[in-house]
Design a binder for this molecule. Structure first.
Ligand SMILES: C[S@@+](CC[C@H](N)C(=O)[O-])C[C@H]1O[C@@H](n2cnc3c(N)ncnc32)[C@H](O)[C@@H]1O
Length: 274
């Protein structure tokens, strides 16, 4: 009978992934696996490990297999109904936090797992945070994550701002879908398994960013900020769009991989163009 060490090696997966999945299948910490490589798992445990290895070899993302992903130091529950939060999205949170030192009303559009809204809620306790999504299944995950972290979030189902008539915010943030319909990346890696409606935004990938930027002017307080994540090659288009709409202090920011990633702009009703 093979010991855990041999099972890990035979997995044909990177060793880190093999350890993470074995630990998840056996319900133990990853360090336990390293300390017990000579142990022979019971039949049920072995079956659970092999089932996860085979799904992983077929390409399923680790986060969907374990049901967990860390974002901004928070462990989040993840299901295939939500986008797997990405490290580059932490830049949006980094840029938002200093804008919320005195609190304020915040809206996270397309909250998915609740990653951005929760990172803001836990780091800016004075802020009042609303978060919406068009997907009931995504909102259920966001609710579970808010409960897991004891965070007070107002979660609502809404097609962007449609369910927020008459409401204004000091900060609107969003990591909206921004991949073009025919982008070949959609057929590679994790993206193949993530919800289409969390990824794709029309022919150029800019449909959601466009729609949000136009309507956000009716939902921002004077001096309020709009922060949007975008694709690595969409920075210039986003800056141009926000300037055309009359936002002020428009700036684009790079993530840790040096890719253009987050556009930020302020709303001044005296300047905004209609
Ligand atoms: C790229 S995912 C971002 C999820 C999460 N904010 C994050 O950063 O991990 C985009 C999210 O927008 C939601 N979405 C797509 N179209 C929407 C719409 N018209 N109104 C509201 N949410 C929408 C999707 O369901 C998805 O959860």
């Amino acid at each position: 009978m093979a010991g855990l060490g041999e099972i890990l090696k035979a997995s044909r997966l990177p060793m880190l992934e093999a350890r993470i999945l074995a630990a998840h299948a056996l319900g133990v910490e990853r360090v336990w696996i390293s300390a017990h490589e000579k142990d022979v798992p019971e039949a049920n445990g072995l079956r659970a490990i092999e089932a996860l290895y085979s799904r992983r070899r077929a390409g399923e993302p680790i986060a969907y297999l374990t049901g967990e992903r860390e974002f901004y130091g928070l462990s989040l529950a993840i299901t295939p109904a939500v986008l797997i939060p990405r490290p580059e999205t932490e830049l949006l949170v980094d840029r938002a936090i200093p804008l919320l030192r005195q609190g304020g009303r915040v809206l996270d559009l397309g909250t998915g797992s609740g990653a951005i809204a929760l990172a803001l809620a836990l780091n800016c306790p004075m802020a009042q945070i609303s978060a919406c999504d068009a997907s009931d299944a995504a909102l259920a995950v966001a609710h579970a994550n808010a409960a897991r972290h004891g965070a007070h979030l107002r979660l609502l189902k809404s097609d962007w701002f449609a369910g927020l008539q008459g409401e204004r915010f000091d900060l609107v943030v969003s990591n909206p879908p921004y991949i073009a319909l025919d982008d070949p990346h959609l057929f590679e890696g994790d993206l193949r398994f993530e919800p289409h409606e969390a990824l794709v935004a029309g022919k150029r990938g800019l449909e959601c960013i466009d729609a949000i930027a136009v309507v956000a002017r009716d939902h921002l307080n004077a001096g309020g900020w709009l922060l949007l994540e975008h694709g690595y090659d969409q920075g210039e288009a986003c800056v141009g769009l926000l300037e055309r709409l009359g936002y002020t202090k428009v700036s684009d920011h790079r993530d840790l991989a040096e890719n253009s990633r987050v556009v930020q702009a302020q709303f001044d009703p005296a300047v905004a163009r209609r």
